[in-house]
Design a binder for this molecule. Structure first.
Ligand code: SF4
Length: 402
């Protein structure tokens, strides 16, 4: 990973963006903003999934009124998303939002842009210049022959210049495109052009898994180059999935501390004593947004599982109708197979409450012995080479002989 690019800092409510602040996760509500309770419910779910900043559309006067009620009750800063109508930006500022997002492609009159920037300046409220390849200013698109990286950056720079005319520079910028290489090149060019914090995203990425793959391809490439101060996955899915994915990406990069469970699972093989995909899926749902920052393993067999996952904080391995629960590689309890997921959740909560040493001290004295016995029985039933590795190796050797 390259060092993070130095940027100026923008303050979105309680969350700092840029200037060395932790990279933040953003998402957007899908409710009508006028539906205050429905929107707040979604915001709370997003915050629970790791979202740091939420954006709500402000597309009608009722939405601006909704924002006035939502902002004081929201657990995270609220950004108003503005398209076409500059007056709604002014209304959102009156509603008390923590930031605005303006699309320079559809609010194009300089006087209107400067009116919004002046009002934001007077209130110390930052604006994101949110350029989007799909809604670029037609003049710029014509000049550059399409929504090229240069065109996206030119749109952002022109908006910055207009803001500058009223002495406003409290800005972060995004140059999103749905085409991943275009998006990557646009952000690289932008990073070379300005020192404002950058909001990364692949726009209209679509439903998962393809939408996730595209988002990760674009966002992760830039993060690995040190570019990016805040991120959003634009998925055609429940926004909670966006927040979770953003958070997980940052945790995987070591850019944010782990907040939720890191669930790992073996891929299953001929030794599996349980439907690993189902148990892992059930465990994922059971842990969901519980704030348990542990790595937890679901392993298909007790023959190899506890060893293969000995670096996990906690795990469970199946064997002969039972689940063998292990903490840092040591078997601590044996539970009926049907209770594997419940046992994982209970142990994870107990570790969080009591600590590892206390839980290891409370291990069932018999658990290691039962696991060893089950391992022996399985080896006898299945044999040493249930995956036919040796046969394959023989074939590999004969293929490479001579
Ligand atoms: Fe899973 Fe056991 Fe196979 Fe390893 S050996 S992949 S733990 S079933």
């Amino acid at each position: 990973m390259l060092e993070r690019r130095q940027t100026r800092r923008v303050q979105v409510g309680s969350v700092a963006v840029g200037g060395g602040a932790p990279i933040s996760v953003q998402s957007m509500t899908t409710t009508k903003t006028a539906d205050v309770d429905g929107t707040l419910q979604q915001i709370y779910a997003l915050a629970g999934a790791g979202c740091d900043i939420v954006r709500c559309t402000c597309n009608e006067p009722e939405a601006a009124e909704g924002l006035a009620r939502i902002v004081p009750r929201s657990p995270i800063p609220v950004v108003a998303d503005i398209h076409f109508q500059f007056k709604l930006a002014l209304a959102a500022l009156e509603a008390g939002v923590h930031a605005l997002r303006l699309n320079p492609g559809n609010i194009r009159k300089p006087d209107q842009i400067k009116a919004v920037a002046g009002a934001a300046r007077d209130r110390n409220i930052p604006i994101r210049i949110g350029v989007n390849g799909g809604s670029l200013d037609p003049d710029i698109e014509r000049r550059f022959g399409g929504a090229t990286p240069e065109a996206l950056v030119a749109s952002a720079v022109r908006e910055l210049e207009l803001f500058g005319e009223v002495g406003f520079d409290d800005v972060k910028i995004s140059v999103k495109a749905s085409n991943v290489p275009v998006m990557i090149d646009a952000y690289r060019l932008l990073a070379d052009t300005v020192d404002h914090p950058l909001h990364l995203g692949v726009t209209e990425a679509g439903p998962p898994p393809a939408g996730l793959v595209k988002s990760v391809a674009g966002i992760a490439t830039l993060l690995a180059e040190g570019i990016g101060d805040t991120i959003r996955f634009s998925l055609t899915a429940d926004p909670v999935e966006e927040a979770r994915a953003g958070r997980q990406l940052l945790e995987a990069f070591g850019l944010r501390e782990r907040k939720n469970v890191d669930l790992i699972a073996c891929p299953s093989c001929g030794r599996a004593e349980v439907d690993v995909i189902k148990v892992a899926g059930d465990a994922q749902a059971a842990f969901a947004d519980r704030q348990i920052p542990l790595q937890i393993a679901v392993m298909g067999c007790v023959v190899n599982g506890p060893g293969e996952a000995r670096d996990a904080d906690l795990g469970i391995a199946a064997g002969r109708g039972k689940g063998h629960l292990f903490v840092r590689g040591k078997i601590v309890r044996v539970v009926p197979e049907a209770e594997m997921v419940d046992a994982l959740v209970a142990e994870a909560e107990a570790i969080m409450a009591e600590g590892f040493d206390a839980r290891l001290a409370k291990a069932d004295a018999d658990a290691e012995r039962i696991a060893a016995q089950t391992r022996e029985e399985l080896l006898q039933i299945q044999g040493l080479d249930v995956n036919h590795d040796s046969e394959r190796i023989e074939r590999v050797r004969s293929a490479t002989d001579g």
